[in-house]
Design a protein around this ligand. Structure first.
Ligand SMILES: C[S@@+](CC[C@H](N)C(=O)[O-])C[C@H]1O[C@@H](n2cnc3c(N)ncnc32)[C@H](O)[C@@H]1O
Length: 299
């Protein structure tokens, strides 16, 4: 679910290798987060380069702004959904760029802020909005979707085997009163699981939480829309890096790169997705599910 530490950008060396930021380059970080990747990129593109940082979460943007204060002249930050990446870059009067990074999902800053309602482990309101100006929250979904809708949501966006049982349990529980908090939902999901499945290496509600977060934020459609715009935005020889955190995101990145290759406009730089090595995993266990795919515009 894209959980990364503020000072620990995931697969950093690998991203730097593929993006190859050097002085004068223009790079878009479409998922700025706490600015971990951005800081290392901007160091390398100065002098003369420009980093455009996007995030739909204004709080993340504010934190990244602090972190990147020393590089103000080389940084432009925009509070936008990356699905609008093409218009955003045009509005800034920038033509083609040398590299684009997507580090998908949520950051540690978001995950660890219990009032944002992303985390299973700490109790907070069932919110899960990346953009807090949006209206729809996870609480709305959990309390208003029909059993069938919940069931398909948990199946399709959570890839959860026990989707029917969990949806049934949610609907039965909410008859007794609104489900309001992450702890209540986590408990309901656990009780919806068969007994033998209630203890797992990852929390048994992880997939259900993932499904709700994806739906609340319209994540998969945004990724597809943004990646579709990439070839128009990259210079010849420009590079794309996508870090995903679960199979639904990774599938979109993989298929999009394949499509660009079959259209004869891209070369794929990662035959297999690149994953974190032992050294990184021991420093940052949250990197365990990350996968990086990269490509280069060739025509
Ligand atoms: C995994 S974090 C990025 C962490 C960052 N690379 C770092 O090193 O600190 C993902 C960030 O992307 C943002 N994000 C996710 N989907 C987005 C979208 N559709 N448009 C803009 N930002 C998005 C989230 O709000 C979050 O801050």
């Amino acid at each position: 679910m894209g959980e990364r530490c503020l000072h620990n950008p995931v697969l950093l060396e690998e991203v730097l290798h593929f993006l190859n930021p050097t002085p004068g380059k223009i790079i878009i970080d479409a998922t700025l987060g706490g600015g971990g990747h951005a800081e290392e990129i901007v160091r390398r593109i100065c002098p003369g380069g420009m980093l455009i940082g996007m995030d739909r979460d204004s709080e993340s943007l504010r934190l990244a702004h602090e972190r990147l204060k020393g590089f103000q002249a080389a940084v432009k930050l925009v509070n936008k959904n990356f699905k609008d990446i093409r218009e955003t870059i045009l509005d800034l009067g920038i033509g083609e760029v040398d590299g684009i990074l997507f580090d998908l999902g949520i950051s540690s800053i978001q995950l660890d802020a219990k009032e944002r309602g992303f985390g299973i482990k700490q109790n907070g309101p069932l919110d899960m909005r990346m953009d807090r100006n949006q209206r729809l929250t996870a609480k709305d979904l959990v309390n208003t979707l029909s059993e069938e809708e919940l069931s398909s949501l948990i199946k399709d966006f959570g890839e959860e085997r026990f989707y029917k049982r969990i949806a049934r349990r949610i609907v039965t529980q909410r008859e007794k009163g609104l489900i309001e908090t992450t702890a209540e939902l986590a408990e309901i999901v656990v009780r919806g699981m068969p007994r033998g499945r209630r203890w797992q290496r990852i929390h048994p509600a992880t997939r259900t939480f993932q499904a709700l977060r994806i739906k609340v934020n319209g994540e998969l459609a945004a990724i597809e829309e943004a990646l579709n715009a990439v070839p128009d935005l990259l210079k010849l020889g420009g590079r794309l890096c996508v870090i995903s955190f679960h199979s639904l995101e990774d599938r979109i990145a993989k298929n999009m790169l394949k499509k660009f290759k079959s259209e004869g406009i891209f070369r794929i730089l990662t035959k297999k997705p690149v994953t974190a090595g032992d050294a990184e995993l021991s420093r940052n266990p949250r990197a365990r599910s990350s996968k990086l795919r990269a490509g280069e515009r060739t025509a």
